[in-house]
Ligand binder design. Structure first.
Ligand code: IVH
Length: 674
């Protein structure tokens, strides 16, 4: 690349980064997700390192970011608030560790780091004088920030006064204000009820809540604070390692994350990183990385700072869970029960560790809430195994000529009317099995692994069978012949006969699978099993009214109504009959009838110690006799059955006065009961 070109690119990158800094730090309204920002910054840094003479003093790569907004009074930080250097992979972490060891001249052994979550919130400095909070400030541009003392008093409550002896005369604590995920969800619910704007993510909610000119508003918002390092310090003795400093902060009343750990060298850092990454979705707050800090304070001194960040700390980024992409289309999917779901087709984008090209838009309300239009640039989120979602629309990038999305009032597949369910959220195609989409989904469900388990009956074949008019519903499947199937496009004779064999094999099933396969609304696998066990055969279920169905534990009025309605439709009855005539069958269901006089009927039993029969076998027999077998002894336990070498559970039973049965008594009771 020519120098001129590099100069132009650098200029452009600086302009972009400055704009994003302004949106993020000043307006609390970020325009692109952090990953996209990081990418721009890396591009700039790469160009600048190739052309050191082009590095400008005011380049965003040289400063911390943001400027104090004018709404709060300004505070000059006694010690600048710095940023952190980032690592995106293992190599960058190793390079960091190598540099640390070089500078502190450590030839052998590992550096002890403190590994901590990188909280996704806002940096805030708290200044305590003689134990009292006298000032709180945002980071701003690192040199000066906004005076948010009143607001932080609301956040910290009791924590505005430190406790204990030897409190330094001046103590500045740096830390992060953030919002827990559950608090974020609650806050958004309240915002919705009040008709206010919803927050896109916990970070935005935290920023928007903290930077309120009226502290009473902040007081209403569920914010949390964790301290993570020190700023100015005058007087008092502080410990010699970062680890001990954090413990000490905790002891004087500053909240500190429970997740901090001391780790050894790069292997320790990586181990922590992997564990937190695995737990990421279960953590109560959002994190965007892991921070490693050299624990020894004398080494921190030796290492010092660059213009932007300490040389003794590193932020190891976790894969981004948010990205920007373009919404290419909104398609309407019709589900098995007619539910109409809008699906976003996206320009493929790498997010949350996979390439995403579809995201759910849930329903009409969601489209309205987002105000999303085809052609829009959108922020997509994919966290863990959750289905990707669209978080927001980047309105500034909306192209000309887009139109609001019109939610269909007729089914796009069969043209039947779309009806809204009473809750108003779910829209359904009213076509029932007239609708080819519903029929197709129904057949796919019938063939699925947990239903009739028909191997080789994939989506494409179901499509073709319906298109060719070879079947109309599931009952047609069992009349298919090898000739018919092999005549389908791209279907070899061998695969056709395999499919026919699989169909034949699937006829040998169980009552619960069959019930599940029928696709009765609200009857999932578990309900199908419950029904099978309770009624024993299909005729009994067909004959049962809503009242009889509701006698079964776990079957409520809504499921009962759905079952009765399903079998009341003659079309459904005919399908069931045709399936049975084709030879679908199942073994007789062994019904567990617990005799009233079983000594274990409705008793809570705990097994402990070694019995001569396997623990599982004992459990099965007890359950067959109506017992509930649990793991721990309480005052609600009816019997504790004690084998050899029983430990604390037997003792506990004794203390609580729960009857104890030895193995001989237990075996005798079993024999008598059967
Ligand atoms: S240490 C000189 N520790 O990340 C010390 N920062 O990208 C610098 N952050 O401005 C900060 N969790 O707002 C540190 N455990 C943690 C952190 C953390 C979140 C934020 C902080 C900082 C930004 C740097």
């Amino acid at each position: 690349m020519s120098k001129q070109q590099a100069e132009r690119d650098i200029k452009q990158l600086i302009e972009q980064l400055e704009y994003h800094n302004y949106r993020y730090y000043v307006l609390d309204d970020p325009f692109i997700p952090d990953v996209a920002y990081d990418r721009l910054m890396r591009e700039l840094e790469a160009l600048e390192s190739q052309h050191p003479d082009l590095v400008r003093e005011n380049s965003p790569s040289q400063k911390v970011g943001g400027h104090a907004a004018r709404t709060f009074s300004e505070v000059t930080h006694a010690v600048p608030m710095r940023s952190l250097a980032n690592a995106f992979d293992e190599d960058e972490l190793s390079a960091f560790d190598r540099r640390v060891r070089e500078i502190v001249e450590l030839e052998k052994g590992l550096v002890t780091y403190v590994a901590e979550p990188k909280l996704d919130g806002l940096a805030v400095s708290l200044r305590f004088e003689n134990g009292w909070l006298v000032q709180a400030a945002t980071r701003g541009d690192g040199r000066s920030g906004e005076n948010i003392t009143q607001n932080m008093r609301q956040v910290l409550g009791e924590g505005t006064q430190l406790v204990g002896k030897d409190i330094p005369r001046v103590l500045e604590v740096r830390g992060e204000v953030f919002m827990r995920k559950s608090d974020f969800v609650d806050l958004n619910k309240r915002q919705q009820v009040a008709g206010n704007k919803l927050f896109v993510n916990p970070r935005n909610a935290a920023a928007g809540s903290l930077r309120q000119l009226d502290p009473a508003v902040t007081a209403e918002r569920p914010l949390s604070y964790y301290g993570y390092s020190l700023g100015e310090l005058v007087g008092g003795n502080v410990p010699e390692t970062h680890w001990e400093i954090m413990q000490w902060l905790k002891s004087i009343g500053i909240p500190v994350s429970e997740l901090l750990e001391q780790v050894e060298g790069v292997p320790g850092c990586l181990d922590y990183y992997q564990r937190l990454q695995a737990d990421r979705d279960q953590l109560p707050f959002e994190i965007d990385g892991i921070v490693y800090k050299v624990s020894r304070m004398d080494w921190q001194q030796t290492l010092g700072f660059t213009a932007k960040a300490p040389r003794w700390a590193l932020a190891h980024k976790l894969p981004a869970q948010e990205e920007v992409t373009v919404l290419e289309n909104i398609e309407i999917q019709v589900g098995r029960t007619g539910a109409i779901t809008p699906v976003a087709r996206l320009q493929p984008v790498f997010v949350g560790g996979v390439t995403v090209s579809n995201a759910t838009l849930h329903n009409k309300d969601e489209i309205d809430r987002l105000g999303v239009r085809v052609g829009d640039t959108v922020v997509v989120r994919r966290a863990g195994d959750v289905i990707p979602e669209i978080l927001s629309v980047v309105l500034d990038l909306r192209p000309d000529g887009t139109k609001p999305f019109e939610f269909p009032d007729r089914c796009p597949v069969c043209d039947s009317a779309v009806v809204n369910e009473s809750d108003g959220v779910i829209a359904r195609c009213s076509g029932g099995l007239i609708c080819p989409a519903q029929r197709k989904e129904n057949i796919k469900h019938f063939a699925s692994r947990k239903a009739m388990d028909i191997e080789g009956l994939g989506d494409k074949i179901v499509d073709q069978l319906l298109e060719e008019g070879l079947i109309e519903d599931v009952s047609g499947l069992y009349s298919l012949t090898v000739e018919q199937v092999s005549a389908l496009e791209r279907m070899a004779e061998k695969s056709a006969s395999n499919l026919i064999a699989a169909l034949e094999q699937s006829k040998d099933t169980t009552l619960s699978r069959f019930l599940f396969a029928l696709g009765i609304p609200l009857v999932g696998e578990t309900t199908a099993e419950t029904l099978s066990a309770a009624f024993g055969d299909l005729d009994a279920i067909l004959a049962a009214g809503e009242e009889a169905l509701q006698q079964v534990p776990d079957i409520g009025p809504i499921v009962a109504e759905s079952l009765v309605a399903f079998f009341a439709q003659s079309n459904n009855r005919e399908i069931v009959n045709r399936l049975l005539e084709s030879g679908v069958h199942w073994p007789k269901v062994e019904q567990v009838k617990v005799s009233e006089d079983s000594p274990f009927n409705e008793k809570t039993v705990v097994l402990t110690g070694t019995l001569s029969m396997a623990r599982n076998e004992a459990k099965k027999q007890l359950q067959a006799l109506g017992a509930k077998v649990t793991g721990s002894v309480s005052k609600n336990t009816d019997y504790v059955i004690v084998g050899a070498d029983a430990g604390s559970k037997a003792d506990k039973a004794e203390t609580l006065g729960v009857p104890i049965l030895d193995e001989a008594t237990f075996t005798k009771m079993l024999e008598d009961a059967v």
